[in-house]
Design a protein around this ligand. Structure first.
Ligand SMILES: Cc1ncc(COP(=O)(O)O)c(C=O)c1O
Length: 430
């Protein structure tokens, strides 16, 4: 691949590394995910600058469960928020102490709860009375603590994905916790499971600082109102997140110059002991911490002209990036390769799957494309590979390379395998 064919300008992978990208494509093939740990450092520092001192940062491993991203963040001081056995194992492999893990998620199974407790996790977020009761039933050999996830009304600003504040499966309506109401029992211990506080996560990917501030303010108000109405005194409050990041297009993560002062003021009023960690206050962030670190390297395999559109057929599609787009679950696909002039002709970026849904963008700018060109899709360190349709059409998964600046630290390729299970030949009803 000629050097000049590589196009990049992302935060982590800027143009003077063109030679490196061409080498990577030659050595490992494409599609290839590149994660630059120096960008993870920068993002973590930016988030810490934006937050008042004394707030714990939990990295949401769902954004990118790669062990080296989790371990980098853990070494910087982040804890881990996990929602599955896989995210838990990655976090433990990354040497996150179990005491720094918060296990969250709706519809947790008995199997995963037992596994998490066995692996040393002691703090869970519960989403309902049934969820809490299952946790209590699983906690036979250890004491566990839990936070009750509250369905906050949300801040009303502009956000990428609204989790609560609309009809949703998440959390508990705070009204249900009032004395005498159906969920009142959640604030009393059950077996060896003890309530220690509250968890709110109302929205993801706030569009701007005002929206983020409004969201977190509403979350804090929801917790304060619940404390007042129930008399329950928490020792841990997770006020959620919503920190924004560009996705699959050039751009940098936002700075939040007003957030620190605004959060300090709200917390002083709502949770007066928080500076002395009574309660301990935490936030959660996935995309802000991992998004800018990742780029996807893909090759243009073919070019076609159809009905006035230029189709660039790439070797990366929704099987490796933004698979949730294809399900209509997220925003319209609009991946934009880095380093392209804004006025170049718009192209449709498609992938290798046999479905018209396999589109990464309907309007990408790609200057004078040629077959064999490498394109770099920036800002895909979060919700990239693990949020894609990796099993559809059984294509090999892309290589994932971890870099420190221009030094390649590790390379791996995930695969989908199958365990053969013993068949119960004595099943009744056959
Ligand atoms: C409970 C919870 N915490 C954290 C996150 C991470 O969100 P983000 O990656 O936008 O920071 C999510 C995302 O859906 C979530 O549902």
């Amino acid at each position: 691949v000629p050097d000049s064919a590589v196009r990049t300008d992302s935060l982590a992978l800027n143009p003077h590394r063109r030679g490196l990208l061409a080498e990577i494509a030659k050595d490992y093939g494409t599609p290839a995910y590149l994660y630059d740990l120096t960008a993870v450092h920068e993002s973590y520092r930016a988030l810490k600058r934006a937050l008042p001192d004394g707030i714990d940062v939990y990295y949401s491993a769902k954004a990118n469960p790669h062990v080296e991203i989790i371990s980098t963040l853990s070494q910087l001081g982040a804890r881990a928020e996990v929602s599955s056995p896989g995210e838990l194992e990655s976090s433990l492999t990354a040497a996150v102490p179990p005491s720094h893990i918060l296990y969250t998620g709706p519809a947790k199974t008995v199997g995963e709860l037992v596994h998490a407790i066995e692996r040393g996790v002691r703090l869970f977020s519960v989403e309902s009375e049934a969820d809490r009761n299952r946790l209590a039933a699983c906690a036979t050999d250890a004491d566990v603590s839990y936070v009750v996830r509250l369905a906050s009304a949300g801040g009303g600003g502009s956000v990428g994905v609204r989790m609560t504040g609309r009809p949703s499966q998440f959390g508990v309506d705070p009204a249900a916790l009032m004395p005498g109401a159906s969920g009142g029992g959640l604030l009393s211990s059950a077996g060896r499971a003890r309530p220690v506080g509250f968890h709110v996560f109302s929205a993801s990917n706030a569009a701007d600082e005002d929206s983020l501030i409004a969201e977190l303010a509403q979350n804090i108000n929801t917790v304060a109102a619940t404390i007042k109405a129930t008399g329950f005194s928490p020792n841990f409050v997770d006020i959620g997140g919503g920190f924004g990041a560009p996705y699959a297009a050039p751009g940098t993560i936002a700075e939040y110059p007003r957030l620190r002062a605004s959060l300090t003021e709200q917390l002083d009023e709502a949770l007066p002991g928080w500076r002395a960690a009574t309660p301990r206050v935490a936030i959660e962030s996935g995309r802000y911490l991992a998004g800018a670190a990742g780029a996807l390297l893909t090759t243009i395999m073919d070019i076609k002209y159809s009905d006035g559109h230029t189709f660039l057929l790439c070797d990366a599609g929704i099987n490796v990036l933004g698979g949730m787009y294809g399900l209509g679950r997220l925003v319209a696909p609009k991946a934009q390769p880095a380093g392209q002039s804004a006025d170049s002709a718009s192209a449709v970026l498609t992938g290798p799957l046999c479905t018209p849904l396999d589109v990464l963008s309907w309007s990408a700018n790609v200057e004078e494309p040629s077959i064999g060109d490498l394109l770099i899709i920036p800002n895909v360190g979060a919700y990239g590979l693990s949020a894609s349709l990796i099993a559809f059409m059984s294509r090999p998964l892309p290589v994932e390379l971890v870099l420190n600046g221009s030094k390649v630290l590790s390379a791996r390729r995930l695969y989908i395998g199958a365990d053969s299970l013993r068949v119960n030949t004595e099943q009744k009803g056959q």
